[in-house]
Ligand binder design. Sequence first.
Ligand code: ADP
Ligand code: ZN
Ligand code: ZN
Length: 744
Amino acid sequence: MVAEVIINSTVKTLNRTFDYNVPEDFFGTIKIGSRVLIPFGNSKNLEEGFIIGFKDKSEYKIKDIVKIQEGYDLTKENIELAKWMARKYFCNISDCIKMLLPPGTSTKIIDNRIKEKKLNFVYLKKTKEEIENDINQKKLKSDKQIRALNFLIENDECLTTDLEMFADVSRAILNTLVKNNYIEIIEKQVERNPFINKKIEETQDLKLTVEQQNAYDKIEKSIKNNEFNEFLLYGVTGSGKTEVYMQLIKKVLSNNKTAIMLVPEISLTPQMVNRFIARFGQEQIAVLHSKLSVGERYDQWRRIQNNEVKIVIGARSAIFAPIKSLGIIIIDEEHDSSYKSEMPPRYNAKEIASYMARKNNIPLVLGSATPDVTTFYKAQNNIIELLPLTKRANNSNLPTVSIVDLRDELANGNKTMISRALYEEIQTNLQQKRQTILFLNRRGYSTFVMCRDCGYTVKCKNCNITLTYHMKQNKLKCHYCGYEQDNVTICPECNSNKIKYFGTGTQKLEEAINKMFPQAITIRMDVDTVNKKNSHEEILNKFKDENIDILIGTQMVVKGHHFPNVTLVGVIAADGSLNIDDYRASERTFQILTQVAGRAGREKIPGKVIIQTYNPDNFSIECAQKQDYEKFYLAENNIRKQLKYPPYCDIILFGISGENEQEIIKTSNIIYEKLTQTIKDVNIFKPMPAPIDKIKNKHRWRIIVKGMVNDYIIDQINEILADMYKNKSSKARIVVDVNPTSMM
Ligand code: ADP
Ligand code: ZN
Ligand code: ZN
């Protein structure tokens, strides 16, 4: 018997199967998905690989498989998925297999050293009465010993380290107590789960509203009939989507099946997880999060693998959790860009979810208040089923949103970042001891050029996209079609010379606020202040619990948290995300403004939102003010249709990079030629330098293809790539990304 083996390597030329002989000893144990050790090439060390198929004989002279690695094998379905992904996302099968392995073991050396974390717990061996007796009879005299025992009477089963700290006793005291038979210390294995909670009060199903019930019934039908169906649960924040998810999961669990729920990384807060724990209990839930340590992720993974949990909640990669008998997949905030991976494999978790739901004959539920334009398009065209929730479930009101035209501010001599209206609202809020969030959308690094008098920004003449200022050549360029022009110093619309380069950061804003409101306590949250594990959480908790007046931050502030005392939200410059050079600029602006607005006045006191902008007439800002997604969708959809952007096509980006620019250009041209020869009916744009055309001394070129991805195109591209890799004369790195999150 001959096995087809994929070598565990990211080297592109090794992305094919190699034949190995299966010794008779392994008959019966070896299977598709087995992890094996094999001799390879001239290397003295054994390489690791995965069996992806068997055949009777090989046309080559082949070597024997040496060993089957125990404990880490994959299933046949895993291998099938990995192959499907590798083809679809133009990467090595081993890149995909990596996603399916337990955390910490995806490197070549299987790490058997990942040990369970063991901690020492202290238990009382005598009753409260016995101890009190001993104290009265002066059998126990040491203050420290008594203090430790009293602490234990209150808190039995506590960590030795906690006891030492809280009772302020040394380890020697504990040892004496052990010797005298008052306590025992037991080493126990614990889960290193940072979402561990003390008792959370159990919650019960709420009675669903008519709309919720309708959505529930439709999805439940699909559960009952064991059929694949994709749904869009579309409703504003607070419309009760989570309640519907929970009741659906409950239904699935009652059928002895399991659930995966994906949420954006940044929304995966203890608050969010606690709602599920309160409904389903800690034991049934595993949480997967990239901020967990390897050991913590490993623990969670193992619990899932051992069928100990029924619900997996996690960010993007949780879609690969080894859960069995899947009954439903839910993707909350489906519009979030974090579902797309920007590293190999460059997968989209929504596509993987759809694949798995299909394979398992189960429903896939996408939820959002501001759906991805592509998703809503599918819902409008009955490709997926639309389930709207139009009302807020808890009857709280939407905040009032007003727009401030920053051009008027300038005209009135206000050169600060804070408009008079916002200034006054902040002042009032400070007096009333209520909290304020100031949001500065400083996404990415793109510097844009704008006229401060009329708000004009320079756009590409071929695409509806803001040109990006390239400092080095002092030129404005379009990152989509390659169009470029000289930088402007005089506004072509109003002849003003007040042309500005925008790129104000949160740090500058915090300084300004501290000067304007010296009495206010502020806290800042952005990539510079958030770094340590859980620090995002810490800042938000601090803001909530410590009477901080003003939270200043980037889009990190907009998700996952509920701040009862926040009644004012100020958006410093809504234009920031409007001028990123991306066809999704309006969509992102609308989404983020809607989300920020949702932070204000979530309880009794009505909230106010002030959006400052130089483009008050821009439709995405207007629609966000009215919190009218459908109006936004109609306008945006028209633009996409006219200019041919997703959902009317896919954008396939070829990134070609390397140290030798001539070689990169040559490689780019070869690919371009091959593409134009083999693929018709799509728009293939000429190779050109990427917006950031050099990173770490590597030159970056790109080719953009606009067209609907189909099997034929995928096969052609894979063939071209295989051809390029075979031709080892080029050292260029080639990356193919479909609908990438960032176009830089
Ligand atoms: P979403 O997930 O859409 O933001 P949630 O499910 O969190 O909405 O619901 C918002 C609030 O409304 C929560 O406090 C929730 O407990 C409450 N809620 C949801 N559904 C109902 C219902 N059917 N009856 C009463 N309250 C509800
Ligand atoms: Zn102007
Ligand atoms: Zn263009």
